[in-house]
Design a protein around this ligand. Structure first.
Ligand SMILES: Nc1ncnc2c1ncn2[C@@H]1O[C@H](COP(=O)(O)OP(=O)(O)OP(=O)(O)O)[C@@H](O)[C@H]1O
Length: 332
């Protein structure tokens, strides 16, 4: 799921590209859907449920030691804006109350790319999903400040409108909603929040078309239902298309490199790099050094058993590739 898009839509709306090809929207019954969908809370659709993820009342004291990014500024350089500050975040699975996050600490400044690595089941995806307010999880302690606001007090769609985007490891299918309708609804919801007029079908297509090129995606995918029948690689491209359209000040990208063929991997990595600006930030979850050689991280964090246990530079991922987790993921 971003505009140079990583910018807030209001700041980055391009002037309509000259003579876009007419949208491949046919005045068919299926297309009429796009005009009749209920008021857009499209990001909630991606979370599968509209159950809000409210902060648990019994907040506990932090459990782990802080592991932040290295110092961000030096000497006369202008101070960077703090985008995300996670302190001692704990969370459980809402249904079973099993604790998954056991005190996560992480600080992200504007323009930074953070990578979170870790063994299967260590809690990486849960961390990202908790940040976007996924209803499967309940926060039990700690704090998250996003651009100066208490993120945990915000509903999932408010988080998205505030500039947080997540591309899911297993993107959800949304039957009955075409990709272009979904994108337009989500984008117009952001514009509405900014007090901007909605974009009509043709205006939106003009805005969308260059982004399709960015991710090297065929227009055929616009008329198909969101992710329905998409291959794994097509879903990943579609996630990055969503990001390109919606923009984000912080994009959480969960294993965008998994299941991609060589060409798709390069397209996706290039597209993410193309969306990076000095003022937006990315948190990448990945298992592979290869992605981090394309999208250069500011820092790499290793998550183990629901905590970040180590933070370093690219050499951490290199050591991991060479020696595996046992060799490097020792709590300090
Ligand atoms: N909704 C859920 N219901 C039951 N168990 C869950 C749920 N969400 C997460 N878990 C469990 O929490 C643990 C952490 O899962 P998570 O998906 O965050 O791991 P991960 O580090 O992203 O793993 P991977 O690298 O395999 O993607 C796992 O043991 C997982 O089975």
């Amino acid at each position: 799921m971003a505009l140079s898009v990583f910018h807030h839509p209001s700041l980055t709306l391009p002037s309509p590209p000259p003579q876009p090809s007419p949208p491949s929207l046919r005045p068919s019954p299926s297309n009429s859907l796009q005009f009749t969908l209920p008021a857009p809370r499209p990001l909630l659709l991606l979370l599968r449920s509209s159950r809000p993820n409210r902060r648990h009342s019994s907040l506990r004291a932090g459990l782990s030691s802080a592991v932040d990014s290295p110092p961000q500024t030096s000497g006369s350089q202008p101070e960077k804006k703090l985008i995300l500050q996670v302190r001692d975040l704990t969370a459980v699975i809402a249904e079973s109350k099993q604790e998954i996050l056991k005190g996560v600490n992480l600080t992200v400044y504007e323009g930074e790319v953070h990578a979170v690595m870790g063994k299967n089941g260590s809690g990486k995806s849960t961390f990202a999903k908790v940040l976007v307010g996924h209803p499967d999880y309940e926060v039990t302690g700690g704090s998250v400040v996003f651009k100066g606001q208490d993120l945990l007090e915000m509903e999932a769609d408010e988080r998205s409108l505030a500039g947080l985007f997540m591309s899911f490891q297993s993107p959800v299918e949304i039957p009955g909603v075409s990709n272009i309708n979904f994108l337009r609804m989500a984008y117009n919801a952001k514009r509405e929040k900014l007090g901007l007029p909605e974009l009509g079908v043709f205006e939106f297509y003009a805005y969308l078309y260059p982004k399709l090129e960015l991710v090297n995606m065929k227009t055929d995918f616009l008329d198909r239902n969101v992710n329905e029948g998409f291959s794994g690689g097509e879903k990943k491209r579609n996630e990055i298309l969503q990001l390109a359209v919606l923009g984000a000040e912080l994009a959480l990208l969960d294993e965008i490199d998994s299941g991609l063929d060589v060409d798709a991997f390069q397209d996706v990595a290039k597209a993410v790099n193309g969306l990076l600006t000095p003022t937006n930030s990315v948190l990448l979850i990945t298992h592979y050094l290869r992605l981090l050689q394309f999208i250069k991280p500011t820092c790499i964090h290793i998550m183990e058993n629901g905590k970040i246990v180590k933070t370093g530079d690219i050499s951490l991922a290199e050591a991991l590739e060479k020696d595996g987790y046992e060799a490097i993921a020792k709590p300090h």
